[in-house]
Design a protein around this ligand. Structure first.
Ligand code: GLN
Length: 245
C-alpha cells in the first residue's frame, strides 16, 4: 500500500513548523509498513491532483500569500477544485486555509483571491489572535475529544452555509473570535488555524487523515494502533498550558 502526499508550496507556506505535519503523516504511515511519497509542488507547477491521496497546505504571511494566490489561480485552481469535489483529502492551515476560500482581505484593504473551493471569507482585523488553542472537534476521532494547537492570525474567517466548523473553541479565538467556531470541513477538506505543528500533538487527527486518504483509494483499511503515549502526554501538556494562559 502506498500513500502519496502533495506538499503545496513548502518553500513559501511553512510557519510555526507546519512541515512537522508532513513528517508526522509520513512517519505514522511508514510505521505501519505503508510506502510514502511526498511530492513538493510550488510556483508554476500544474500537477495532476488526481494522483495524490492527501494534500497539505501550510500557513504564511500576507507577503507569501500574495505570491501564492496569484499562482494558485493561474496554474492550479481548476484541477485542485475538481479533485476536492471528487473527495481528495486536504489539510490546510491558516494562510493555506484562507486561500482555499473565496478571498482574504488584508488590513490595507487588498483582496487576495482564493480558489473558492470552500464557502468561507476572511478579512483582517485590527488585532492579531495569538496563543494556544484547544478545540472540541465535531469529528469522530476515537477516545480523544480535543485538538490542540497554536494560532497567530489577523484574519477573521466567516463560514458560509456550504461548510461546517471543524470544531468548537474551548480556549483561544478560532475562526473569528466571535462565534466560537474553529476551522471548517467540506467533503474531505479540513481547514484550521491550528499551527504548532498540529499533527504531532494530535496523533488521533493524523490517523484520521491517513485513514480517510487510504480508505478512499483501497476501500476498508485497518490502521494498526501505535504507541501514542508520548504524543498524548504532549497533547495533555498543551491543554494544561493553554488553560493557564
Ligand atoms: N496572513 C494571514 C493572517 O494573519 C495568515 C497568517 C498565518 O498563516 N499564520 O491572517
Amino acid at each position: 500500500m502506498k500513500l502519496t502526499i502533495c506538499h503545496l508550496y513548502p518553500d513559501l507556506m511553512n510557519t510555526y513548523g507546519d512541515r512537522g505535519n508532513i513528517i508526522t503523516l509520513h512517519r505514522r504511515a511508514a510505521w505501519r509498513g505503508i510506502e510514502v511519497e511526498v511530492v513538493p509542488v510550488s510556483v508554476g507547477e500544474s500537477p495532476d491532483f488526481g494522483t495524490f491521496d492527501l494534500v497539505f497546505f501550510g500557513g504564511g504571511q500576507d507577503k507569501e500569500q500574495r505570491i501564492v494566490c496569484q499562482d494558485l489561480v493561474a496554474t492550479k485552481k481548476g484541477p485542485l477544485v475538481d479533485a476536492i469535489e471528487d473527495g481528495l483529502v486536504v489539510l490546510a492551515v491558516c494562510g493555506g486555509y484562507q486561500l482555499l476560500g473565496e478571498y482574504y482581505r488584508t488590513r490595507a484593504g487588498e483582496e487576495l483571491p482564493g480558489i473558492g473551493a470552500l464557502d468561507i471569507r476572511t478579512e483582517a482585523g485590527n488585532e492579531r489572535f495569538i496563543g494556544n488553542v484547544v478545540i472540541e472537534p465535531h469529528l469522530s476521532l476515537g477516545g480523544v475529544r480535543t485538538m490542540v494547537g497554536f494560532e497567530n492570525h489577523s484574519g477573521r474567517t466567516y463560514l458560509g452555509n456550504g461548510v461546517r466548523p471543524l470544531g468548537r473553541v474551548i480556549v483561544g479565538h478560532g475562526n473569528n473570535g466571535r462565534d466560537g467556531s474553529e476551522g471548517c470541513v467540506y467533503k474531505n477538506v479540513f481547514g484550521t488555524y491550528l499551527h504548532g505543528p498540529l499533527l504531532p500533538k494530535n496523533p488521533h487527527f493524523a490517523d484520521y487523515l491517513i485513514h480517510k486518504a487510504l480508505d478512499r483509494k483501497h476501500g476498508e483499511v485497518e490502521l494498526p494502533p501505535l504507541d501514542d503515549g508520548l504524543e498524548l502526554r504532549a497533547h495533555r501538556a498543551a491543554i494544561a498550558r493553554a488553560k493557564r494562559t
